[in-house]
Design a protein around this ligand. Sequence first.
Ligand SMILES: Nc1nc2c(ncn2[C@@H]2O[C@H](COP(=O)(O)OP(=O)(O)OP(=O)(O)O)[C@@H](O)[C@H]2O)c(=O)[nH]1
Ligand SMILES: [Mg+2]
Length: 328
Amino acid sequence: MRVVLVGQPNCGKSALFNSVAGYKAMVGNFPGTTVEYLCSPITLSQKHFTLVDLPGIYSLSSPESEEVTTRRYLLREQPDVIINVLDASVLSRSLELTLELLDLQVPMVVCLNMMDEAGKKGIEIDREHLSQDLGVPVVPTIAVQGQGVSDLFNAALVAAEQRTKGKVFFFSQDIEKPIAELQSLVNKKTAAGLGVSTRLLSLKLLEEDREFEEQALAIQPDLTGPLPSLRKRISDRHGRSAEMVIASERHALAVNLFEHVAKVRARVPKPRREQVDQYVMHPLLGYLILGFILLSLFSLVFVLGQGLEGPLLGLFDKGAQYLNAFLK
Ligand SMILES: Nc1nc2c(ncn2[C@@H]2O[C@H](COP(=O)(O)OP(=O)(O)OP(=O)(O)O)[C@@H](O)[C@H]2O)c(=O)[nH]1
Ligand SMILES: [Mg+2]
């Protein structure tokens, strides 16, 4: 069984990977590229699987080379389950990729990582609600502390066995109608050859995804005719390219989802220690504070010394006189 970690850059995929893989990690190369990924055999709750840590991606359609390789891996290698790792402290932005991954219709679990950071920002997430909305299990974690990690992998193994694929989110009719028209023209074989459903291929073609377009038109050149006019229909209605219209609707869907499942309380005040650290660890202010403390210490010793010098010397003189008298 293959379990893959997919998420936006810096959401904590490698922290999760390291917390279960430890020293057993192996480096793999995507075929024909220098882009590397880590994989490791794992045994958890007496179950064995291979865990793969893929490079972070902002979107399935991103043209960056590392992101393209993650996308190709997902489409060609057909993992048994995706663990979609989200940075819970920037939930709304993270959900945009989740919506794209749901379109792949691969078994999936959502990991709400960085719950400690979300807490500090006052973000409260109703994970039951989020799970209902997405149709997949949602597990909160703090990867750097190992919190929730075993629950996450157990949920992923169950999702793989039960083939829990989650819901597909629909766009407005302005986009859904052209998708349906294109879908009726796309052959099932063409989509299957590219590792996606006819709906997802139609959506990606309307989004002007270059790689899908090249590959799909190579298999089915008859799509060349209707494609530009369907895109134009969307762009004419909205005054922006079809790609931008779809991206902004996906953004709006993610924001709605966020507002449905999350509340932002007033910011939790930082603990006093962190408030003090903020000043004393400052690269410039820290040195000034250190200088002030040292100067204060020297002054204290100096002032105290001056005040105590007279009485102390008198005490020593008296002591010496007594000693002399005693020794005579
Ligand atoms: N506070 C907090 N920090 C975390 C948590 N998980 C990961 N981090 C930190 O977040 C940073 C990024 O974590 P990584 O595991 O490297 O993120 P990644 O998703 O592998 O990043 P890419 O490989 O660049 O896509 C590191 O400094 C981690 O220590 C968490 O739950 N809480
Ligand atoms: Mg990483």
